[in-house]
Design a protein around this ligand. Structure first.
Ligand SMILES: Nc1nc2c(ncn2[C@@H]2O[C@H](COP(=O)(O)OP(=O)(O)OP(=O)(O)O)[C@@H](O)[C@H]2O)c(=O)[nH]1
Ligand SMILES: [Mg+2]
Length: 318
């Protein structure tokens, strides 16, 4: 690969105090890369984030007129970076928690053509400055993402990552809250190779902009994970659920049939009949929902393929 361009993108919301430190720490000369540019996406900050970024030497600063959330801003950043002709995109946070001097470690597996996405593993279980609820929420989230994505991942909530151009063209984030889990699940189902490298994770100065409360963050993240898991495994999920319901329904149904027609006991055992039939009907409906959502998922797959080709043409390197 020759003449490679790296865009380091920083989604930021009210980070005027730390963004300059992040930008100044980004290495501008990296082995194997010809050009490094910094792109800041200011998500409608109420402070002077954009100005601080420009003053610190950001090459591109774009701004949302209102706050759209991290996930939307991340996708906007990817598209903008592709438009700028990025061969590799590194996403980092604006809060100075990641050490930008470690960017070359993130790039290496992509430069060696051994990965499409490289994610920084913060080793959360060893972090003394991360509160317990966040730490265990992170660990739990990573385990669920690992099952859903279908490959090993230790730290699924890390924002410090490198994406090859091909990977960036194939990701379509639709969540509102955060993109970290959705991108990994999509990568798994698009056969993109994801690997992790250990990275430093400093204590946050100032309060979290993303996490208003740990419980609501966990709730929103789990909702995203469930939604994305269902997106790719709907037929499996709903047909297993359907078969289980049908088997559960067969038990009271057979009881009713046995008592009413084989041994002729007193009473009509209508409760068993009702429960049995209801469970079996729900089971049948679940299988039907599985089939319908599978058709929708196939449609989304086709749409994503079309979008990928449009993006590829649109962002063709000129
Ligand atoms: N664009 C955008 N970025 C955001 C928003 N909220 C947070 N961010 C940025 O996303 C990155 C991560 O947010 P943080 O608040 O540090 O969240 P976190 O790292 O998961 O949590 P902490 O450990 O508390 O720092 C930072 O660069 C924030 O500026 C938002 O609403 N919009
Ligand atoms: Mg942070």
């Amino acid at each position: 690969m020759v003449g490679l361009k790296l865009i380091v993108q920083i989604p930021a919301y009210n980070e005027e105090k730390s963004i300059a430190n992040v930008i100044r720490e980004i290495p501008r000369k990296i082995k194997g890369i010809d050009k490094v540019e910094v792109l800041v996406i200011d998500d409608g900050s109420k402070d002077n984030t954009s100005k601080a970024a420009k003053d610190a030497g950001a090459d591109h600063v774009i701004r949302n007129t209102k706050n759209h959330g991290l996930a939307y801003t991340f996708q906007k950043g990817l598209n903008f970076a592709l438009k700028l002709g990025a061969d590799i995109i590194v996403n980092t946070d604006a809060d100075f928690q990641y050490d930008q001097k470690e960017i070359p470690q993130l790039l290496k597996p992509i430069l060696d053509q051994k990965a499409d996405i490289v994610s920084g593993n913060r080793k959360v279980e060893t972090l003394t400055h991360m509160i317990g609820a966040k730490k265990y929420g992170n660990i739990l989230g990573s385990k669920v993402v690992k099952i859903s994505a279908g490959y090993d991942i230790i730290d699924a909530s890390s924002g410090f990552r490198a994406y090859s151009r091909e990977a960036a063209l194939q990701l379509f984030v639709i969540s509102k809250h955060t993109y970290t889990h959705e991108t990994l699940i999509q990568a798994g189902h698009k056969n993109l190779k994801v690997i992790e490298v250990p990275v430093t994770f400093r204590k946050r100065e100032g309060h979290s902009k993303l996490i208003k409360s740990v419980s609501s963050h966990i709730k929103k993240s789990l909702a995203t994970i469930v939604r994305n898991t269902l997106m790719y495994n709907s037929l499996k999920f709903f047909s297993y659920t359907g078969f289980i319901l049908i088997i559960l329904g067969l038990i009271p149904f057979i009881r009713w049939f046995y008592l009413s027609y084989i041994v002729y006991t007193a009473g009509n055992h209508i409760q068993s009949l009702l429960v049995g039939v209801m469970l079996m009907v729900f089971g049948g409906m679940s299988i039907l929902i599985g089939l319908i959502s599978d058709i929708l998922a196939i449609n989304r797959k086709h749409l994503e393929e079309i979008l990928y080709h449009i993006k590829k043409l649109d962002f063709e390197k000129r």
